[in-house]
Write a protein that binds this ligand. Sequence first.
Ligand code: FMN
Length: 481
Amino acid sequence: MDWDNRPNPFKVYSSPDLETVPLPEPSAREVPALEALTARPESGRAPDLAALARLLTHGAGVIPHRTRGPFVFRTYAAAGALYPVEVYVVTGDIGDLAAGAYHFQPRSGSLTLLRPGDHHPHLVRATAEEDSVRTANLVIALTGIPWRTAWKYTERGYRHLFWDAGMILANLLALAASDGLAARVVLGFDDDEVEAVLGLDETREFPLCLLSIGSSEAVEAAPAPLESSPIPAEPLSRRDFEFPPINQVHDAGRLERPRVAQWRSGASDGHDGSSTARGESRRFAETDALEGVITRRGSARRFGPAPLPSEILTDTLSRAMSGIRTDYAPDGSALVEPFVIVNNVEGLEAGSYVWEGGELRPLQLGDFRREAGHLCLDQPLGATSGATIFLMTRLGWILERFDDRGYRAAQLEAGIVGGKIYLASYAHRFGATGLTFFDDEVGRFFLPRSRGLECMLVVAVGDSPRLKGRRLTVASPAGAP
Ligand SMILES: Cc1cc2nc3c(=O)[nH]c(=O)nc-3n(C[C@H](O)[C@H](O)[C@H](O)COP(=O)(O)O)c2cc1C
């Protein structure tokens, strides 16, 4: 890490002539965060500019009063606070916002108009007429700039693009749900065509996923793609290094338009993990509004001694595992299987567990704090948590079924589930942090149950000394009188 060559975490366009549109102050919706994590409106209202401002400002904005040295913290967690993900919006006319392809500038809370005119039909084309993109009011696109994260994490930085994008998506999905807006994550698209709409330099910035928002009359696909013409941006640092394996692994997952529909239907054939993955959601006596929880979130830097109640761990996992609506599994995808080391949970013996059929099943009982800390790259946070959650996937099966593009889906879903774990934990007034880990050792630790599974991401949850406020109590199981 050469600090003098640290990449700028904010994208700055070279042309001073691009029009900027300030976003209005978002209004609060006062929907309880826990509810927002599981609500999934089918079809609902159309977003206006105020609703878009709420999504972007709370979903992927900065927290102005939280800066530390060179770091300006955001409304989502990001490994190493390097913020490699950029956010774009492609929309037709919506109320006070004219049709165009825009870039979201989190620091100023404004949109930069990149391409005037309605380019929604180009995304309909790029996704081979994906249902939710056709009927969306607008589409949010997330991209990843590998140099920002490879500066510190080298080739492993490729995964961070998807983990951090997942953190943003967890916010956006909950914010959309709490505003009655339908939303679907879309991974099947022609990469070249999306790059052209967003004006990306394809070797330096990758489209990661689309998020369709709202529902209205279907839009027809554009008859031809846009010509590629990257929109020049300032260099991120004096010199950026290339990491050829990152470009190779990304290119391996590229799709071209003729293959998109087939990829999506092949992938969705028989795939629906949601029914087995969801657990019983309990009702809690008091729940905080989503916006407050997003602002309160901040990765735990140390855990306190109080135990994590088992019903809060179970509720957190069950909400995080409520299926994610995607183009390849419209009813809800659940590629992730959580494995847990319980260190300090009231109502559960210490030991290793697997989340199965909506509940925690013990694998081996015993005190595994030392092992948990070691698996998390010898970081004490893995050992001092109430519970350390290892998000695993059946990667071989995923790659067979979803081709090389499946690698993106596996990492992204782990990021979304991780982001939901963060939100549920902070809604319950407990702390959480993402953690990195020794890949193969995690797989070995949970053997034999983990055979064929690979760890994608780790999140630890536990007592947060800075959230000393009253904890929530269980009122009654959902559906009970
Ligand atoms: C995918 C992911 C991995 C992370 N890994 C670690 C880690 O290994 N160790 C650690 O102390 N924090 C880790 N973090 C926490 C980040 O450092 C933290 O999110 C970042 O500094 C921004 O701060 P904030 O979350 O408080 O806003 C991770 C976060 C994410 C999202």
